[in-house]
Ligand binder design. Structure first.
Ligand code: PMT
Length: 222
């Protein structure tokens, strides 16, 4: 970033999975390693922004020059993102937030019950980015869409339903999207789209941040 397009701007990025506890030793999680979100945070910093990274449980070092807040559950991530994004210019939701959590978290380790099935009732978690989009002074909102099929359709549907400004769609599955070092993205915004082909997540994040900066600065007149 020669001229640092996000200098003086505040960016909040979420990254990694959330863990929804079942009992003191078990949880429901997902495969996100945090690599994509951490790369976006570093790229936003290099673009001149003041960056806060809200991280789920991951084992990655904090990129230098970035404020990091660690959380575990979707509800904790919700609260941390909303607090950090209050006065932010841009929010990038790269975290794989658990859509559901167990209705009750058992106080003690669940025991086997002589072959009877174990039933866990799941209830929906709050949608962080959709909540942010209802705020009067909301930041420019960039979501991710992780899909195993019908990438374009589901991604564009999320862009509309969550009323956000841009969505970065990636295919996930065996060796794709999650965990691995490379990724590819298709970006959609209300009146356009762009393809970022497969490359290392660090480079992809820089290309993504350049597109975000362009849309943010042109569209909003901010
Ligand atoms: O971490 P890596 O191993 O590098 O993998 C990267 C990634 C595949 C996790 C990443 O690129 C990615 O796609 N992140 C979003 C994964 C996801 O949960 O997508 P989704 O389609 O379920 O959610 C859509 C959007 O809504 C996301 O921006 C998500 O952060 C947001 N969301 C979802 C649920 C919820 N309760 N609140 C939210 O804000």
């Amino acid at each position: 970033f020669g001229e640092q397009p996000l200098r003086g701007r505040t960016v909040v990025v979420s990254a990694g999975p959330t863990y929804e506890d079942i009992d003191p030793v078990r949880f429901i999680g997902n495969r996100s390693s945090g690599r994509m979100g951490f790369a976006v945070a570093a790229a936003a910093r290099d673009a001149g922004a003041d960056v806060t990274l809200i991280a789920g449980p991951v084992s990655l070092p904090t990129p230098p020059g970035i404020r990091r807040v660690d959380v575990r559950s979707a509800r904790q991530m919700h609260d941390a993102v909303l607090a950090a994004a209050e006065h932010a210019d841009i929010y990038v939701g790269a975290a794989a937030v658990g859509d559901y959590r167990p209705d009750v978290e058992a106080a003690h380790k669940l025991k086997k019950a002589d072959g009877a099935p174990l039933r866990i009732e799941l209830i929906e978690n709050p949608d962080i980015i959709a909540t942010l989009s209802t705020r009067p002074s909301r930041p420019f909102l960039v979501g991710f869409a992780a899909e195993t099929r019908e990438l374009a359709g589901y991604a564009q549907d999320k862009l509309r339903r969550k009323r956000i400004d841009m969505i970065a769609a990636n295919e996930v599955g065996e060796g794709k999207g999650f965990e691995v070092a490379n990724n590819a993205l298709h970006l959609y915004w209300p009146d356009g789209d762009a393809t970022l082909p497969e490359m290392p997540k660090t480079e992809l994040a820089r290309r993504l941040v350049a597109c975000i900066a362009e849309r943010f600065l042109s569209g909003t007149g901010r």
